[in-house]
Write a protein that binds this ligand. Structure first.
Ligand code: SF4
Ligand code: SF4
Length: 261
């Protein structure tokens, strides 16, 4: 995999991140087995090709949380072998590190106006991970920037995304990605404005950085792709998916979209 966990090390000084951390993050930091000074940031890509379907791209593959953690554990072992005497610790879901700003600081892509990290050549179809270190590693500089074209904002069917020329704001109560994954809420009818019953990729699909996004070479993601779910699929095997514990929401969203249950 190009520019991946097996290649260049992207490292950041943790002291630059602590001002961005909330109380819960800082509290968790205090309970770690060592005082982290450096962090190494990485990613795995998940685009499997093709965008048709009613499940967002990140959820078409095996649940990325478990796959990412396995890769971070492997990375931790690799770093420990490469830097004997230093201590490393893979994080689950990047917690408690603010991984998006961390990735920006050390050149693991850049954040798009849609708020997602863009890592060429995979576009924004990546998930970030991190390994902490008890020592400082040489920092790597930021790289690249969002083209600022505004296509993502213009394509959002609910107006959830706003950019005032300087700052981006997301109204989570109107973001279909959040609405499809949340119980209750007043904006369930917004689900009818997209093809999705889990997540939403509309703002990503129009982004020029995703135009020729490279297909993932992560073996765990290339098998068992489920792009589309109908009522019949609900009685099949949907284990190990991002939505496995939320099939009631999938069912609800299908009903809202008019799928026969
Ligand atoms: S995920 Fe969908 S609803 Fe949310 S901001 Fe992007 S386009 Fe809008
Ligand atoms: S669509 Fe344009 S503004 Fe939005 S993230 Fe992509 S490059 Fe940036």
């Amino acid at each position: 995999m190009e520019n991946s966990i097996h290649d260049r090390i992207h490292a950041v000084d943790v002291s630059r991140l602590t001002p961005l951390m909330n109380d819960r993050m800082l509290e968790r930091f205090r309970t770690l087995p060592f005082v982290p000074k450096g962090a190494v940031i990485s990613y795995i890509p998940y685009f499997t090709g093709g965008t048709e379907g009613n499940i967002a791209l990140y959820a078409r593959v095996r649940d990325y949380h478990s796959v990412m953690y396995a890769y971070m554990l492997e990375y931790e072992r690799g770093l420990s072998a490469r830097f004997p005497g230093m201590r490393f610790m893979a994080l689950k879901n990047g917690w408690p590190l603010p991984v998006v700003p961390a990735a920006n600081m050390c050149g693991v892509g850049f954040t798009g106006r849609h708020g997602l990290q863009i890592v060429e050549p995979y576009g924004s179809y990546v998930t970030l991970g991190a390994v902490l270190c008890d020592s400082l590693l040489p920092e790597t500089p930021p790289e690249g920037e969002c083209a600022g074209c505004g296509e993502c904002e213009g394509a959002c069917p609910t107006g959830a995304m706003r950019f005032d020329g300087e700052k981006r704001a997301l109204d989570r109560s109107r973001c279909i990605s959040g609405v499809t994954q949340t119980k209750g809420g007043d904006n369930l009818d917004l689900i009818k404005l997209s093809p999705y019953i889990w997540g939403c990729d509309i703002c990503q699909r129009v982004c020029p950085h995703n135009k020729d996004a490279k297909i993932t070479d992560i073996p765990e993601f290339t098998d068992g792709i489920i792009s589309d779910i109908d009522s019949g699929a609900l009685s099949g095997d949907l284990s190990g998916r991002h939505y496995s514990k939320a099939l009631d929401l999938i069912k609800r969203n299908l009903e809202i979209r008019g799928g026969a249950i």
